[in-house]
Design a protein. Structure first.
Length: 239
């Protein structure tokens, strides 16, 4: 399932885009889910990495789409972003926030479908799956984006999620084997991080949810390659 947010202050335009998404899903078989936000500020306040693709109107009251995109990139460098605008000149600015594409108003289905096909292909590897984790308090089920990182202390596993922390007993290797390798990476012998939450890379240290984790020398090259594949963007180590 590809989770999509429509950030658009005009209800008519949002409904049109929603109907196009439903039609595209029916015609192509792509599994899509979408939600409409009529305020960029409200969208940013609740944002928790739950979307794979965002349609962002540029001209909105309050926080406009470009300012919202800049704030979004501060917390999520990987989510795919498509701007909606009535003037192509505004869309050019999208390169500064790594926008995937832009759509001109009034939106036609033919133009939308062409751009949407490309977006689906780019989002497919990020579509969220459910994880089943065995913890000391029982089995829990959550989506990939809800698990930020995993640590181990003397065979005691701790899962750090958006909602809470969960403890378990086992080995990091067994946890690594159960997590999807496209979005999780084992940095060293003590932790596995969700690449979605990587906010900074300095030398051999990666920052995830405000925590700093060392990347072992033997794993750094593979880590950078996997991070690039996941985010679709080049990363520098900050040195």
């Amino acid at each position: 399932m590809i989770e999509i947010a429509i950030v658009e202050d005009e209800e008519k335009e949002a409904l049109r885009l929603g109907s196009f998404l439903d039609r595209f899903s029916k015609e192509t078989g792509a599994e899509l889910s979408h939600k409409w936000w009529d305020s960029a500020s409200a969208f940013l306040e609740q944002y928790q990495f739950q979307y794979d693709l965002i349609f962002m109107d540029i001209r909105m009251p309050g926080i406009d789409g470009m300012a919202a995109a800049e704030r979004l990139r501060e917390i999520d460098s990987a989510v795919k972003l498509i701007f909606i605008t009535s003037l192509a000149q505004y869309a050019v600015q999208g390169y500064s926030v790594d926008a995937l594409d832009y759509i001109l108003k009034p939106v036609s289905y033919a133009a939308f479908a062409l751009k949407m096909q490309r977006a689906v292909e780019r989002c497919a590897h990020r579509a969220e799956q459910w994880l089943l984790l065995n913890t000391n308090s029982g089995a829990i089920q959550l989506k990939e984006f809800e698990l930020c990182y995993v640590e181990i202390f003397d065979h005691h596993i701790r899962y750090h999620t958006l909602q809470a922390n969960y403890d378990a007993y086992g080995t990091l290797k067994s946890v690594e084997q159960r997590l999807p390798s496209r979005s999780f990476f084992r940095c060293n012998n003590q932790c596995i991080v969700n690449l979605r939450y990587v906010s900074k890379l300095e030398g051999s240290t990666v920052v995830v949810e405000g925590r700093e984790f060392p990347i072992s020398r033997m794993r750094k090259k593979a880590f950078l390659a996997q991070l690039h594949r996941y985010s679709g963007a080049e990363w520098e180590d900050g040195q």
